[in-house]
Design a protein around this ligand. Structure first.
Ligand SMILES: C[N+](C)(C)CCCC[C@H](N)C(=O)O
Ligand SMILES: O=C(O)CCC(=O)C(=O)O
Length: 356
């Protein structure tokens, strides 16, 4: 017997073992707790069962199995799940100017409205950037607004953090030199998902200190167009990032461009010049040539959105996509913010039905 059953108007072929594995009857699945109920032994037996009989009626699929088990499925659910027909928001890759113009700006007071919160999250999913205006420039107010999305992530930098105010972290971010655009926490096993920045205090006579923002997905797209082999190398060759400070020693290996093995879509850029460790990459020559090409693209002016962070305006970046840096500066410059984990951010987007 064939190992597939063709169902629905379009005769979509569905794998039979998978069908049985995903029986949604109350014996196999606990709908109250959203979890499978089946025992190991039942599972091992179910692998070998065949379809005895089946009918399709009223948008349902009824199956009688060779071991006597009976299943009823919603036909559309089966087809959508098997074909991975998900609700999603495709990223739109941007040059610098677009990064400035396209992201949604939501006023702080409107965040209590579900539709406005959805607009903000949609913007982060689409462009990698979301902006909140009319916020009070304090760490407390920033925390309050961030919590509309998810709880801030506790890391070695704290939960809500400030930069420019007696910190004791030994990292160039806390000095006043220029920072080449990068992604943060490339050394964590799961890099932080979102990065929230809010300027609290800036010396009016201070020079520089502009934020530099680049869409990393755009850089990867350009690299792929210009040299598919360089692109492939950066999706395959793993490099290590490392971060050390008293009490902490993080290390994580991975490629610069992470792609989903099934969909082939890019889902993370892991680029940080400062935290790249000395561990030799495999295929070193190929790696360096490809990495140099990535850097050479990063030198192009048209990719940059350059702006001064302002008190009252909170900028949120997808740290798995957007690279951020800054120009060197003089004078007092105090900003704060936090990280949000990608896990929590995506969970929120799902509860708002923006993605599935
Ligand atoms: C954002 N905050 C100032 C808290 C931390 C900075 C972390 C800097 C580190 N080199 C990295 O890129 O991950
Ligand atoms: O000073 C800034 O604007 C950015 C600092 C930075 O890159 C960071 O904290 O990760």
């Amino acid at each position: 017997m064939a190992d597939q059953l063709k169902i629905g108007k379009e005769n979509v072929p569905i794998n039979i073992i998978w069908l049985r594995d995903n029986c949604r009857c109350s014996e196999c699945y606990d709908h109250d707790n959203n979890s499978r109920k089946i025992t190991t032994r039942q599972f091992l037996k179910s692998i070998n069962t065949k379809i005895q009989d089946y009918t399709q009626a009223d948008n349902n699929l009824y199956i009688e199995w060779s071991d006597g088990h009976k299943s009823v499925y919603d036909t559309k659910w089966v087809i959508d799940t098997w074909t991975e027909n998900k609700i999603k928001i495709e990223p739109i890759t941007c040059f610098g100017e677009e990064l400035e113009k396209l992201p949604t700006k939501v006023s702080y007071n409107n965040l209590t409205q579900k539709e406005c919160l959805k607009e903000l999250i949609k913007s982060i999913l689409k462009y990698g950037v979301g902006i909140i205006t009319n916020a009070k420039p304090t760490l407390e107010a920033t925390e309050k607004l961030v919590r509309f999305i998810a709880q801030p992530q506790e890391t070695n930098f704290g939960t809500m953090w400030t930069v420019g105010l007696n910190e004791n972290h030994k990292d160039p971010a806390y000095l006043n030199g220029p920072l080449i655009v990068h992604n943060d926490s490339t050394y964590y096993n799961e890099s932080t998902g979102l990065q929230v920045f809010h300027m609290f205090e800036r010396d009016i006579n201070g020079k520089g200190g502009l934020s530099t923002i680049v869409d990393g997905f755009k850089v990867a797209e350009i690299l792929k167009q210009e040299n598919p082999l360089h692109f492939k190398n950066l999706t395959e060759i793993e490099i290590e990032s490392e971060y050390i400070e008293p009490g902490f020693h993080y290390k994580c290996k991975g490629p610069v461009i992470k792609i989903d093995p099934t969909t082939k879509e890019i889902y993370q850029i892991r680029f940080n010049i400062y935290d790249r460790s000395a561990l030799p990459p495999s295929r070193a020559n190929e790696f360096y040539k490809s990495y140099a090409h990535f850097l050479e693209i990063l030198d192009r002016e048209e990719l940059y959105w350059k702006h001064g962070l302002k008190p009252g305006t909170v900028v949120i970046y997808n740290n798995w996509r957007v690279l951020h840096g800054r120009t060197s500066f003089t004078g007092k410059r105090v900003f704060g913010g936090c990280y949000l984990s990608m896990t929590e951010f995506l969970s929120k987007a799902r509860t708002l039905k923006l993605i599935s």
